[in-house]
Design a protein around this ligand. Structure first.
Ligand SMILES: [Zn+2]
Length: 287
């Protein structure tokens, strides 16, 4: 397992914001302690060419100045650099999956799946997973699948990947939760919207169906928007997944044998490190 991480991603915060540095800092500590054999790599920032596949120049420029993008998504002087580094980590994870058939996880912030082509929103500034998916297509991968199990709908990813040839986007999320989108299937974006407080078994069944759609697509690469806020103890959502369920999701990815990379999206409970570890252990095949 390769973990893409740059400690600088913990060096910004907006006071009182749930997307806080400790999410990643505590996960680093736990993974280093439990898995001394895992390889840590420091990513570089994403290049202009890769960013411009998903975002226009005007959006990249907007990230460099205020005012705040919305009430949840602050402008910070260094935020563009942080977002570019997280996008670079997603690209590096994708490259590792394709070049070495390895398993690579980007443990960075900010997250990305709410960022649309033109708009930073929902704690997200650049859409790292869409940037990586489009880069994989540019590398010549015929079919790229993106799987998003964050409790919130990946509206930005959907908006950017909508109608893109050779790409399937499958997402399971909490209906009516932020940002309120994702209630219908479209040509290449498949949504499973679950009502708040859905039973855990229903949620797992939807995840299973979404994963089946990915396998049926027979992708040469799976990119996972790994968000952990569908956890029963998450303060921002009303869903009931348990730690072992994230391990199950990791098991599915491993058992498919498809080259895969994953990046951290949401997840706001104090148990986030354990949830990430569960997913990674399932994916890695550790017992
Ligand atoms: Zn989320």
């Amino acid at each position: 397992m390769v973990i893409l991480h740059d400690p600088s991603c913990t060096r910004y915060h907006a006071p009182g914001h749930p997307e806080r540095p400790q999410r990643v800092a505590a996960t680093v500590e736990l993974l280093r302690k439990r898995h001394p054999d895992w390889v840590w790599q420091q990513p570089g920032p994403a290049g202009e060419e890769a960013l411009l596949r998903a975002h226009p120049p005007a959006h990249l420029e907007r990230l460099t100045r205020g005012p705040d993008f919305d009430a949840d998504t602050a402008f910070l002087p260094e935020i563009a650099a942080h977002a570019r580094l997280a996008a670079g980590a997603a690209l590096a994870a994708m490259d590792l999956a394709l070049d070495r058939g390895g398993k690579a996880f980007s443990l960075m912030r900010p997250p990305g799946h709410h960022a649309t082509r033109n708009r930073a929103m929902g704690f997200c500034y650049l859409n790292h997973i869409a940037i990586a998916a489009l880069a994989a297509r540019a590398r010549g991968v015929e079919r790229v699948a993106v799987w998003d199990f964050d409790a919130h709908h990946g509206n930005g990813t959907e908006a950017i990947l909508q109608g893109k040839p050779g790409i399937l986007f499958a997402i399971v999320h909490e209906e009516f939760s932020y940002p309120g989108t994702g209630t219908a299937h479209t040509a290449n974006c498949r949504n499973w919207a679950l009502p708040p407080l859905s039973p855990r078994a229903d949620h797992l069944a939807a995840l299973n169906a979404s994963w089946d759609s990915i396998r049926a697509f027979q992708p040469g690469l799976v990119l996972v928007s790994a968000g952990f806020d569908a956890y029963a103890g998450d303060p921002l959502t009303d869903m009931y997944l348990e730690t072992e369920d994230f391990r199950t999701l990791g098991n599915w990815v491993r058992e498919s044998g498809i080259p895969s990379a994953a990046i951290l999206e949401g997840g706001y409970s104090d148990h986030l490190p354990e949830l990430i570890d569960g997913f990674l252990c399932g994916w890695n095949g550790a017992t």
